[in-house]
Ligand binder design. Structure first.
Ligand code: UDP
Length: 365
């Protein structure tokens, strides 16, 4: 079986790393399986791309479509045009896409129109928020997927509700957590650790990149001001996403507690998260990682497509107002973190399950 694996953006790289490792392990034990890795070039900054390939030992891609930035339509269209050529020149049995970025949806559409099977890893999650480009990517991708791999029973239920065939929906766990489990022994202190006076538990990590938080300069500044105040005597380490940097500009505001950093590589970022007092973020993936590491996470969004991080994990959804963040943060300071646990099958073995299921489906077909 020949699999084409698509990856375009930072969270994609983190998700494909353990899948490739699982494929290579099955190859070693004689499975009839090969893969071709296609990087669409959606993220191309060294900080968001190359560093992840190096640190997570992801093989050099067989092809890079180099689509780079653009509006939603321009980028999606560019990926589709280039990926169609890629598939025509390199026939494959199935295409595996992960997550919810433009590359996920664009490549799924091209694949299906060429009558090739689509496999979606992290299928079925839904925020219910149609203003998020990611939600549209999820819904379109899942509407044409042949094999669904999910991170939770509720994601599987979402798919069944919309008519997916039950024998095509597989609840396998979370590949993001496979990467975390495999790399925890390798995490490393960031370079600025001493310079910023960081010690275990004496700082907060902040990441923001969603349009609802960062696209309006004034409200982004107000948000930062509020976070700086609520931090009390704790430093707030803020690795600034390029999208956020473009709004803040070079003249970043001076705060008492907030210290700016470049987007971090995976190993330094996980070190920061694992040793932090708490995390404030609008990322989905980070709320999964903090759940597994038992770190309090405050998500600056009105909704989440990962409800288990809230019901089982350490995540609190606080909305996008700094007043609400303050309310929830104060509650945490007074009462501590509520009881929490790790969602079912987030055990580091999702990728192996995925590859085994694909192999057995292939044998049946
Ligand atoms: N991440 C990282 N360095 C950073 C910020 C994030 O390695 O400076 C990792 C983080 O651990 C998580 C992933 O990038 O695994 C999340 O990416 P992002 O927030 O861009 O995407 P989302 O999860 O919101 O789709």
């Amino acid at each position: 079986m020949q699999i084409t694996i698509v990856a375009g953006a930072r969270p994609n790289f983190i998700k494909i790393a353990p899948i490739i490792k699982a494929i290579e392990n099955r190859q070693k034990s004689g499975a009839d399986l090969s893969y071709r890795l296609v990087h669409t070039g959606q993220h191309y900054d060294k900080n968001l791309s190359d560093t992840f390939f190096e640190e997570l030992n992801i093989p050099h891609p067989h092809a890079n479509l180099e689509v780079k930035s653009g509006s939603q339509a321009v980028q999606t269209a560019a990926i589709m045009v280039a990926f169609e050529q890629e598939l025509l020149q390199n026939p494959t049995d199935l295409v595996l896409v992960v997550g919810d970025v433009n590359s996920t949806m664009a490549c799924a559409i091209v694949t299906k129109k060429l009558n090739i099977k689509v496999t979606h890893v992290e299928a079925g999650i839904r925020s219910g928020d149609w203003t998020m480009p990611e939600e549209i990517n999820r819904i379109v991708t899942d509407s044409i997927t042949d094999h669904f791999f999910t991170t939770s029973a509720s994601a599987s239920e979402n798919l069944l509700k919309y008519g997916a065939s039950p024998n095509k929906v597989h609840f396998v766990g979370n590949v993001m957590i496979d990467t975390l489990t495999q790399n925890l022994p390798r995490i490393k202190q960031p370079d600025f650790w001493n310079e910023f006076g960081l010690e275990n538990g004496n700082y907060i990590v902040l990441t923001l990149h969603r349009p609802s938080n960062v696209d309006e300069e004034k409200s982004l500044q107000n948000l930062l001001l509020g976070i700086d105040k609520l931090a009390g005597d704790k430093k707030v380490v803020f690795p600034v996403h390029p999208r956020t940097k473009a709004i803040l500009g070079d003249a970043k505001l001076d705060f008492k507690n907030i210290v700016y950093a470049e987007p971090q590589g995976y190993l330094a970022f996980m070190y920061l998260i694992k040793n932090s007092f708490a995390v404030i973020t609008d990322s989905g993936g980070i709320s999964e990682e903090t759940t597994v590491l038992g770190i309090p996470c405050f998500t600056m969004r009105e909704n989440t497509e990962r409800p288990e991080t809230q019901t089982i994990g350490t995540n609190t959804l606080v909305g996008i107002s700094v007043e609400n963040l303050k309310k929830h943060f104060t509650d945490f300071l007074q009462n501590g973190l509520r009881e929490h646990g790790i969602p079912e099958l987030w055990d580091g073995k999702a990728s192996e399950r995925i590859v085994d299921i694909l192999l057995s489906e292939w044998k049946k077909s």
